[in-house]
Design a protein around this ligand. Structure first.
Ligand SMILES: *Cc1c(COP(=O)(O)O)cnc(C)c1O
Length: 499
């Protein structure tokens, strides 16, 4: 299987090269030239496997330049018992006859990004061995909260790698910040940026496309790569859990093989929902994708009007990992909806840079609306949803997942569709304890740890270990810089030389 770029469809590279490079030189994103097919017989087979076996099966279809042993080794390291608190890895919880929650937060940082970022470092270091001459890689990450911590946990102390994470100074929750600034590991660095997530992300993008800088680093023997969700090595692990969820439901007799499901995803950078879309293109029986946004509803408007317009007010919400106005992975979807027409994508993204907006043609808009339903939910309704879901099911959800529940409610009202539905739950409620407590009408004075204790008491659930352990850790990182200083910071920071 070879990979091409959304902005140059003549390009053909191996998966190892795509994973090592992160983003294509032409500014486009790597996509598989053709998707593998998973048949209903395969689904039956996968149902009798555990998560690690399912992941190896799906990955082997995409990473054809990896040996089966290499894939198994990577997957084994990523989804080990020490790292995931649930044997199922990605557990499906049935709430009622048509609502099934896919819990993607049993990893070491309690958010869904662990699903990909526990695997990526191993895919990357294996890929580097295949790409002759590559010994050291520097991972650069812009994060709106969860990616940063998950990437730090994934890469810490992995030989031949080092990692630098930039996060917006006031754009992450207290808990997310605490998780990052106390990160341990000898090859990690964390720095905050004055501005919002898009400032951090465009700063990182600028560094990646800075040829001179990349050469300077190459002279030091350092290759720059990304752990942001634009990396193919981030996306491919996410395809696995949609198949896995369907197979769990098959196994438990909750679905007939071939029965359609809806999938609801709380969306920011469009990576998670895109993985679900790829699963459908590969044969997973999906009826509708429900794309849930918070007040930063650029995707809602795009799905409903065909016009993408980032010129709008930016909101800092209680679901900060979705506070995004440029959903990078949308480029991949558009490439497929435009039948792999790279010229079209170059045009649209040229307009996005110059004018901050673009509009797709009528034909693409129809295809888009056929597959996707888009709506959004503000903070007030997010909180109401946490409360109503808790009261109704005694099931506690975090603000991101609540956005998904709320938008799913709107979808059912609009469509009267009662198809069984998988709702992606992307973070543990403990990661957002303050807002979750507020929502269910309980208050706790004092610091975050007291709030965690209160939440645990009220809901009779256990505080995840990676969160309760933070109490005893020291702050290691406290630098704040402006967006213009990012390049110099990277060049001057000591970790760069040490890897
Ligand atoms: C990153 C994140 C999202 C958004 O996922 P995308 O792949 O960027 O669309 C949603 N919820 C949580 C908790 C996240 O960390």
């Amino acid at each position: 299987m070879l990979y091409t770029s959304t902005r140059n469809s003549d390009l053909r590279i191996s998966s190892a090269k795509a994973i090592v490079s992160g983003i294509s030189k032409d500014g486009g994103l790597f996509v598989p030239e053709k998707l593998p097919h998973i048949s209903s017989v395969n689904l039956e087979l996968l149902s009798n496997m555990n998560y690690i076996e399912r992941a190896s099966f799906i990955l082997s279809k995409f990473l054809t330049d990896f040996t089966n042993e290499e894939i198994l080794e990577c997957v084994d390291k990523a989804y080990s018992k020490e790292k995931f608190s649930s044997d199922d890895i990605a557990k499906v919880v049935k709430l009622d006859d048509n609502k099934f929650v896919l819990e993607l937060w049993h990893g070491p940082t309690c958010a869904f990004k662990d699903m990909a970022l526990q695997l990526l470092p191993h895919l990357l270091t294996t890929s580097m061995k295949k790409e002759a001459g590559l010994k050291n890689v520097k991972i650069l990450v812009a994060t709106s909260g969860d990616t940063g911590k998950a990437a730090l946990e994934g890469f810490k102390n992995v030989n031949g790698t080092s990692i630098l994470v930039f996060y917006p100074e006031n754009g992450v929750s207290d808990m997310q910040k605490l998780q990052m600034v106390t990160q341990d590991g000898k090859n990690v660095d964390v720095c905050s940026i004055k501005g919002n997530f898009d400032d951090a992300q465009s700063g990182v993008k600028k560094i990646f496309t800075d040829k001179e800088l990349c050469e300077q680093l190459n002279e030091k023997g350092v290759l720059l790569s990304s752990a942001n969700s634009i990396n193919w090595g981030r996306l491919v692990p996410q395809i696995v859990y949609y198949f896995s969820a369907y197979c769990d439901m098959l196994k438990n007799g909750q679905l007939r093989n071939g029965e359609l499901v809806n999938i609801v995803v709380p969306t920011g950078n469009f990576g998670n929902i895109l993985a679900a879309y790829y699963a459908k293109k590969m044969g997973l029986p999906v009826k509708k994708f429900i794309c849930a946004s918070n007040s930063n509803n650029v995707l809602t408007d795009f799905i409903n009007t065909g016009r993408y317009d980032k010129n709008r007010k930016f909101y800092s919400t209680i679901s900060p990992s979705m506070d995004i106005l440029i959903s990078s992975n949308l480029e991949r979807l558009l490439f497929h909806l435009y039948n792999e027409n790279d010229k079209k994508i170059c045009n649209l993204y040229g307009q996005l840079v110059n004018e901050g907006s673009f509009e797709v043609c009528e034909e693409v808009k129809i295809k888009l609306q056929d597959e996707f339903y888009g709506e959004f939910c503000d903070d007030i309704h997010t909180k109401k949803t946490i409360k109503s879901v808790f009261n109704k099911y005694r099931y506690l959800i975090d603000p991101h997942t609540a956005v998904a529940f709320n938008v799913y409610g709107k979808y059912v009202m609009d469509s009267k569709d009662n198809t069984k539905t998988i709702i992606a739950s992307t973070a543990s409620p403990y990661k957002f304890a303050k807002d979750v407590l507020d929502s269910i009408g309980e208050f706790a004075d004092g610091n975050i740890f007291e709030k965690l204790g209160e939440l645990s008491k009220i809901t009779r659930t256990e505080i995840p270990k990676p969160i309760s352990n933070l109490n005893s850790k020291n702050v290691r990182f406290n630098k704040v810089i402006s967006r213009d200083e990012m390049k110099n910071y990277l060049l001057n920071n000591a970790v760069c030389d040490k890897i």
